[in-house]
Design a binder for this molecule. Structure first.
Ligand code: ADP
Ligand code: MG
Length: 384
């Protein structure tokens, strides 16, 4: 958790006034990987790694940002929004642009922000800065934009201004996250419900491979195309299939000959992963963490063998984790080819398991993995 006093102090130093403070969390996704763009199901939760914003309205049209983590200023005029040479500023300027597009009238503002979400490790630091700012501006200018609209405009900021084709899950959980609960999101209807997740007995632990393969984004786009290809084939026979969300395993298997090996496997994975999310949610309702953990393991196997988005480092971390005492589940999380694994570990075993896993990783790959033990917290809000 980020200490808000750090932000307040910097803000006072720079702008000579006291800001309103907001906390905006990172997130994990327990299960449901690569299902979002297939209009399926995901199971994210907001975590106690966050970005804190200090914000004050101005009377003129100047927008002044200061990034504490990059030690960098970015300033612009509200009426002259365009892509910045400063990469992080685009995430924020995109949000300002989307808010002005709603027709709401705002003025300039001062903003200092910073936090402890590892950047680019798949914990969605980008959504945290977008949705956090959207929430803060809505608050200081009393815009009363509804929560779902805040989510959508934060996502649009990343799609249109930054130019990243991300789904809606990250911004959604950032705003709708609830302490000690995971959120099951239907990525088609955007209907959602909460499942209580007891973090007294179990901890969510992330191991960061500290690798980011350059093929991640090309492979991501290729997977999306392969899924679309699968839908096209299925539609010839089952015209009601609009996305893989609508497909059944039998339907895919029945027409196996028409698919390439890769497209067949991708489609099967997505259908199975959606089923796993359902099962995992039932397990949670029944307080059956053991079976929940098993679904995570199956999810990893699917991502490794059928969706083919894992890598040696991720597989290794999962393999070592899954044989440790007290580890109920382990899988790669996020787009793949690097980033973190997510693990469900019994409280009493967290320290011991983490020690062994990180030692083995260091011996094999010559570097320490990052270790993040997470609590499930509320979504973005004002700090009282
Ligand atoms: P992630 O998986 O963490 O969302 P992205 O590549 O989507 O990774 O977004 C990371 C980008 O978001 C960074 O390159 C930076 O521009 C911006 N960002 C994230 N966290 C911060 C921060 N604490 N301060 C400034 N910019 C940040
Ligand atoms: Mg991101």
């Amino acid at each position: 958790m980020t200490d808000p006093e750090k932000i307040r102090e910097k803000f006072r130093g720079l702008y000579n006034e006291d800001p309103l403070l907001f906390r905006s969390p990172g997130r994990v996704n327990l299960i449901g990987e690569h299902t979002d763009y297939n209009e399926g199901f995901v199971l994210p939760a907001a975590i106690d790694k966050d970005i804190v914003f200090g914000v004050c309205p101005r009377n003129d049209n100047l927008i002044s940002f200061y990034s504490l983590d990059f030690n960098e200023h970015a300033e612009t005029d509200l009426n002259n929004l365009h892509k910045s040479e400063i990469h992080w500023a685009d995430y924020l300027l995109g949000v300002v642009e989307q808010i002005t597009k709603t027709g709401e009238k705002i003025k300039g503002f001062n903003c200092v922000f910073g936090g402890d979400i590892p950047i680019g490790s798949g914990l969605s630091s980008s959504a945290a800065i977008e949705a956090g700012l959207a929430y803060a501006l809505d608050h200081i200018y009393k815009l009363n934009i509804d929560k779902l609209q805040l989510v959508k405009l934060a996502q649009k900021a990343e799609n249109e201004f930054v130019g990243v084709r991300c789904g809606i899950m990250d911004q959604f959980i950032n705003i709708f996250g609830k302490e000690n609960h995971v959120l099951k999101l239907d990525c088609r209807s955007l209907r959602f419900n909460y499942y209580s997740f007891d973090s007294d007995d179990y901890k969510i632990v992330l191991f960061d491979t500290h690798v980011k393969h350059s093929l991640a984004s090309t492979e991501y786009n290729l997977r999306r195309r392969q899924c679309e290809e699968g839908v096209r084939i299925l539609q010839h026979h089952f015209p009601w299939i609009k996305s893989l969300r609508d497909a059944k395993k039998e339907e895919i298997i029945e027409h196996k000959k028409e698919f390439t090996r890769a497209v067949f496997d991708r489609c099967l994975y997505v259908v199975e992963e959606n089923e796993r999310v359902e099962k995992a949610c039932n397990d949670l309702s029944e307080n059956n963490q053991e079976d929940f953990g098993l679904q995570m393991i199956f999810s990893h196997e699917g991502l490794r063998d059928k969706y083919e988005v894992s890598c040696r480092e991720l597989d290794y971390l999962v393999e070592v984790a899954s044989v440790q005492q007290g580890v109920l589940g382990a899988r790669m999380m996020g787009g793949g080819f690097g980033g973190c694994t997510i693990n469900l570990i019994k409280n009493d075993y967290v320290a011991e398991a983490s020690k062994i896993i990180s030692e083995e990783y260091r011996i094999t790959f010559g570097k320490e993995p990052g270790i993040y033990v997470c609590k499930i917290v509320d979504g973005t809000g004002i700090i009282k």
